[in-house]
Design a protein around this ligand. Structure first.
Ligand code: GAL
Length: 497
């Protein structure tokens, strides 16, 4: 395969990664000194009823396994830090208990991996990779191959391990394959095209729960006229602002063009790009004045307090609400009750589409490999996923896991939504874009929201599409397998050799 004409780009990555790693230390100190879950207090005017999902998810007892020749400790790199730590901490302690191996969790803060990805890239390029790390399905994995000395050979091919644990034949594992290989084991299924709504804010202004994009725009405009922020998108960690554009784009363009965006096969002149941008700029006007200082968790805090009506984000928000705001009643749109505080629904105009975000664990080859594989295998197993997913807000990748493991109605609803979806796409902002494209996309979405300069934005989109095409086609890879290409879409470079 003709992967790696990308050497000069990688040199740029190295410099970037070094800078980012330096920043990460500073960011880490900043986050470490921020409020912890225990210190968050929300004086919501709304929730009066205590939500009753049992905080006690029942999972099978962990049996201790004796292992020989394995390390005493391994390192795992992740961005599930701070208010997102609950699920990973449960999983790690179950693993430690079962195998007697200590997991040093290096949690680099910053939702969606805005800092962690570059810290991991830097370690890989420096030849000092961790035993295992968090990665998304899709192009993001190829960005790691491009930065590693032996490309795909620098990582453990997990295909056979997935077969061993009964994961291989699941649709999520198929989606996470690159040309029929699993280079990382999937541990959950998240959904990106969601709208979280504070129902009390809509009720106060007599507004309907929006079912179409037009209704959503209309609701936002009325709120704006009342001086109430509509969209609590977060500028500080950038990714939910970029997600807003991509969800509008999905609603306007439909699933096939969305997938073509990911592969760079879409024309930059496609009218849906302009249409989505115009709508995005309309909605940006309804952000709160402090949007640039919000991160995704503080945006959810503001939503819970009723400081705005909407948050466009993925279902890690469900996990955050469950773990941090247990009194808040979160309901799926088809099951709203008299005590509902927050409603979750598909982003209007994308009903029936499941925009997948699949978190996976990747294991670099090297001295820590054996421990890394053991950790990834446990994490991705049914037992591991039954521990992790209930607290994460996601659903497990095994379709036969009963919905009774999920503590929230929202997750049970998503199991059904996932099983009955008419179309699947892979989220651009959570793995679908190569790291260099992703970073520029995020920064440019902030600039677009701040300045309204569409020319810069269209130039960036044109470059992003070219770059996506180039990097995918040079890798020769595609999502899924020849037998089952992801979403039935086989890009032009996917030829069987
Ligand atoms: C996504 C990731 C989720 C969650 C979210 C917020 O990229 O897939 O598991 O961590 O970021 O940080």
């Amino acid at each position: 395969m003709n992967y790696y004409k990308a050497a000069s780009k990688m040199a740029a990555y190295i410099i970037l990664a070094i800078i980012i790693t330096a920043i990460v230390v500073g960011v880490g100190v900043y986050y470490a000194t921020r409020s912890s879950p225990q210190t968050i207090t929300v004086t919501s005017p709304v929730p009066t009823t205590v939500q009753s999902p049992s905080q006690t998810t029942t999972t099978s007892p962990i049996q201790t396994t004796t292992t020989t020749g394995l390390p005493k400790e391994i390192t795992f790199y992740t961005w599930w830090a701070g208010l997102e730590k609950f699920a990973i901490d449960k999983l790690i302690s179950a693993f430690e208990q079962k195998y007697g191996i200590k997991v040093i969790k290096t949690a680099v803060p910053g939702g969606a991996g805005v800092n962690a990805k570059f810290a991991i890239l830097a370690l890989i390029m420096a030849g000092k990779p961790p035993a295992a790390f968090q990665v998304h399905a899709s192009a993001e994995q190829i960005s790691y191959f491009m930065s590693a000395p032996q490309h795909t050979n620098s990582f453990v091919d997990m295909t056979n391990i997935a077969k061993e644990i009964g994961l291989y034949s699941t649709p999520a594992a198929n989606a996470a394959m690159l040309s029929g290989h699993l280079y990382a084991l999937p541990v959950d299924i998240h959904r990106a095209n969601l709208l979280y709504i504070n129902i009390h804010v809509l009720k106060k202004y007599n507004l309907p729960i929006p079912k179409t994009l037009d209704q959503l725009i209309q609701d936002a405009k009325v709120l704006e006229q009342h001086g109430v922020p509509a969209f609590l998108q977060a500028g500080a960690d950038q990714f939910t602002v970029a997600m807003l554009w991509t969800q509008i784009f999905l609603a306007v363009a439909g699933p096939t063009k969305y997938i073509e965006f990911m592969y760079g096969t879409l024309s930059p002149n496609d009218p849906s790009i302009q249409k989505a941008t115009q709508i995005f700029l309309e909605l940006v006007k309804t952000f709160p004045p402090n949007w640039m200082s919000l991160d995704w968790t503080s945006a959810v805090a503001a939503l819970v307090k009723g400081e705005g009506a909407f948050v466009v984000d993925g279902d890690w928000v469900t996990g955050l609400i469950y773990n941090v705001y247990p009194k808040v009643v979160l309901s799926p749109v088809d099951n709203i009750t008299s005590n509902t505080d927050i409603v979750v629904e598909p982003f209007p105009g994308t009903q029936g589409i499941y925009s997948l975000v699949i978190d996976c664990v990747m294991v670099p080859k090297g001295p820590q490999q054996q421990g890394g594989v053991l950790f990834a295998k446990f994490f991705a197993s049914k037992q591991g996923q039954e521990i992790f997913n209930p607290y994460k807000g996601s659903i497990a990748t095994y379709p036969d896991i009963p919905t009774s493991i999920y503590p929230t109605e929202a997750q049970k609803w998503e199991v059904k939504q996932y099983a009955t979806a008419k179309a699947y796409v892979y989220a651009l902002i959570h793995g679908g874009l190569f790291d260099d494209v992703w970073q520029k996309f995020l920064q440019s979405s902030i600039l677009l929201a701040q300045t309204g300069n569409t020319q810069l934005w269209y130039n960036m989109i044109k470059w992003a599409l070219q770059q996506e095409y180039k990097e995918w086609s040079e890798s020769g890879m595609f999502m899924g397998s020849y037998e089952h290409p992801f979403a039935g879409y086989l890009p032009p470079w996917a030829k069987k050799s």
